[in-house]
Design a protein around this ligand. Structure first.
Ligand code: MN
Length: 719
């Protein structure tokens, strides 16, 4: 057990200005607060925060971090409160301790968290101050060192797995290589004890065979470099069992082939010496191919710099070598923590840190006060994401700006469709509220609820948007069903029959439709003509009409079933065209016989016919060579229909769509496509494609529609 004065001395050894008195107070406060509590090992609980503080002094962290480590379990596990800590140690310490407590709570809440990676990100995002995360990692390291005292095997395994999947990668992510290695190896011992034991046994055997190999090689390397004129500090070690194991897995080598279990670190005074040392090593020993990597000239993305190589070293032992300067080494091993040391040695910030870290340090040096400091030290690594919890503790990861509706759809589509309200951290909030990191979100649902088109305006996830749109589409389908039913009723009545839904069930297969609603909607949308349906249901009507049975597939080819986009490859009845040229009618203006028209030559597509007043023509103003003077050729074999497009506003009331289709039908127009472009409580806006003979025919229909009370405005759609 580290004693009070030892801890203080340790901190003072690297931070002469450390607040000694505050450290002492924290020590006593934590010891008293934990009182008689015991660890699983039977030790007094207080040993734990003390060890955590000890781990952090190895990283030379500031007094505030050490005090936080001493106090880190007091809010959660003792009667101490945040207010008490604020009063005794000031707001900075109170916030740090609260930050660690918050992480601990999330950790416990998230037993269900399936995505380890997300959870790791959450921990980082929630650590408003990097020191919070450092304390949390040290806490985990000590808990792992004492893991074997926990009796419950399931619990041990869960903690080990969590360490392997979340905390070790997190330590690596912020550059703490040494801590990562130890966390992994401790977790490995719990998760796969047999594998680890076999590697330990192998290492023992090698040690017995070769004596103290590490120090012998160490001596020889030192002498070799000295002879070459390079002064170096060499540190050799056996690799930890887990990293050997992983290498075996990765390379798929047998246990017996395992040879490079020793790694040597050569620390030199300058970058120049790094390369000189490399030259000496490479000219003295045989190089193992494929092992040389120069991370000094090109640093790793996380800022790591060093030269790596592998050689058959003294006595033909295969060894791994890293060559670097002391600064590079400290950053590589201690990562973020190393930078706190730099911060204390004022101004000595190196230009090779992670970008965000450098920014962080900049802010630290220039922040006006504690407020601004906290405001800016929020980690911004995962700025674009927000992490929230369900009441059960499931972690949901969404883009920044996500709302309770996004959350509801992320939980389940049904929950999204039925959501009526949301509680965030126990409080009711509007559905459009923006969620924050760590929010606990409870969605209230009602069976009567359906997705609202207004949601589409504020959701940010693709899933929510897609579901809302799908629902709106299904509502549109209902409109088509209404319209189709009106069209069919009339068509049936014309033949002297009463229309029933049941009548359709027998002919669904003919039209390749799944239900009578589907077929009715197809009629409403203009993809199937009502007459075809009547004839399919009552074949006799067809017979009596023209005594000739037309096979179904031929019926399907009738023009009325076109997509209604106004294109017709066969229309050749236009004067002024080059023979054989393909012709399209422009979808923007839907030219009709009688309209004044021009042709525009489109490479690879032939000629597109526009009305002379079409707005699209402006696009071609600069290329007069593409314009073609054309006109309708009277008396030739024009197809007997053309598609005209009209735009209408219709009163939103029962039967108005039926009336609309009736008026068009009575005037011999055939609806080939219909689209509801806008719908309010009072009105529908519709775009309708109508098959007509020519421009006069369309004008007649428009006039008839204008005379209909349920129709508010009608005009020909242009461009
Ligand atoms: Mn703890």
């Amino acid at each position: 057990m580290i004693r009070q004065f030892e801890l203080v001395e340790q901190v003072k050894s690297y931070d002469i200005n450390a607040d000694e008195e505050a450290l002492n107070r924290a020590y006593v406060f934590s010891m008293k607060a934990h009182g008689n509590q015991k660890r699983a090992s039977g030790d007094p609980y207080f040993l734990h925060p003390l060890e955590v503080a000890g781990i952090l002094t190895d990283y030379k962290l500031d007094a505030a971090t050490i005090i936080t480590a001493l106090l880190h379990d007091t809010i959660e596990d003792t009667l101490a409160t945040e207010e008490e800590i604020a009063a005794l140690f000031g707001p900075e310490i109170a916030r740090l301790v609260e930050g660690v407590t918050k992480l601990t709570l999330i950790e416990m809440q998230s037993d269900h968290a399936k995505q380890a990676e997300n959870f790791g990100k959450l921990l980082v995002a929630m650590s408003e101050d990097i020191r919070v995360l450092l304390v949390k990692l040290a806490d985990r390291l000590h808990n792992m060192r004492t893991l074997h005292f926990i009796k419950n095997e399931d619990k041990r395994r869960r903690i080990a797995k969590e360490t392997m999947e979340i905390f070790a990668p997190l330590a690596e992510r912020i550059g703490m290589q040494e801590m990562k290695n130890e966390l992994e190896d401790l977790a490995f011992a719990e998760i796969n004890p047999e594998a680890r034991q076999s590697i330990v046994a192998r290492l023992d055997y090698l040690r017995e065979e070769g004596g103290d190999l590490v120090s012998r090689i160490n001596d020889e390397l030192t002498a070799t470099l000295k002879a070459g004129g390079v002064k170096a500090d060499i540190h050799g070690r056996e690799k930890l069992p887990y990293s050997i194991w992983r290498k075996m897995q990765f390379k798929n080598v047998a246990f017996e082939q395992l040879s490079d279990v020793m790694a040597f670190r050569i620390i030199v005074g300058s970058v120049e010496d790094c390369y000189r040392a490399l030259g000496i090593i490479h000219s003295t020993y045989r190089v193992v191919p494929g092992r040389f990597k120069d991370y000094i000239s090109t640093a790793k993305p996380n800022g790591y710099r060093s030269i790596h190589t592998g050689v058959l070293g003294p006595d033909q032992h295969r060894i791994e070598i890293q060559i670097k300067t002391l600064d590079m080494h400290e950053i590589a091993d201690n990562g973020v923590a190393a930078h706190w040391t730099y911060k204390q040695k004022a101004g000595k910030t190196e230009g090779r840190q992670y970008r965000w870290l450098r920014e962080l340090l900049d802010i630290l040096e220039h922040a006006a006060g504690p407020e601004e400091f906290l405001e800016h030290t929020k980690l911004e690594m995962f700025q674009d994401q927000v992490f929230c919890f369900s009441p059960r503790g499931d972690l949901i990861n969404m883009p920044q700006g996500a709302t309770p509706v996004d959350f509801a759809y992320a939980v389940h589509s049904e929950v999204g469709d039925r959501c009526v309200g949301a509680k965030v951290n126990g409080r009711m909030v509007p559905l459009r509220s923006e969620l924050q990191n760590g929010d606990q979100v409870e969605i209230l649902t009602s069976k009567a609820q359906t997705p609202s088109p207004t949601w589409e305006r504020f959701v940010v996830t693709g899933k929510a948007r897609a579901r809302i749109r799908r629902f709106i589409h299904s509502q549109e389908k209902e409109q088509y069903v209404q319209l189709g039913r009106a069209i069919l009723q009339r068509a049936f009545r014309e033949e002297g029959y009463e229309f029933t839904e049941k009548a359709l069930t027998g002919v669904l297969k003919v039209f390749k439709q799944g239900s009578s609603d589907d077929l009715t909607a197809q009629v409403g949308a203009g993809h199937v003509s009502a007459r075809d349906v009547v004839e399919a249901v009552f074949p006799a009507t067809k017979k009596s009409r023209d005594d000739k049975v037309v096979p179904i597939d031929q019926i399907k080819k009738k023009p009325a079933k076109g997509k209604g986009n106004g294109k017709d490859e066969n229309a050749i009845a236009i004067k002024g065209l080059i023979p054989g040229m393909a012709v399209h009618y422009a979808g923007c203006c839907h030219p009709l016989p009688g309209d004044r028209i021009v042709g525009i030559i489109t490479t690879g597509k032939g000629v597109t016919i526009h009305t002379i007043d079409c707005e699209t023509l402006e696009t071609y103003a600069d290329t007069p060579e593409r314009w073609l003077d054309v006109s309708w050729q009277k008396g030739s074999e024009l197809p007997d229909y053309h598609v005209g497009r009209i735009h209408l506003t219709v009163v939103n009331e029962p039967g108005s769509l039926g009336t609309l289709s009736m008026v068009i039908g009575r005037n011999e127009g055939n609806i080939s496509n219909l689209k509801i472009t806008n719908r309010t409580r009072e009105f529908f806006d519709l775009l309708i494609d109508v098959e007509v003979r020519d421009v006069k025919h369309l004008a007649d229909i428009i006039a008839a529609l204008r005379a209909t009370p349920a129709i508010n405005t009608v005009e020909r759609a242009r461009g």
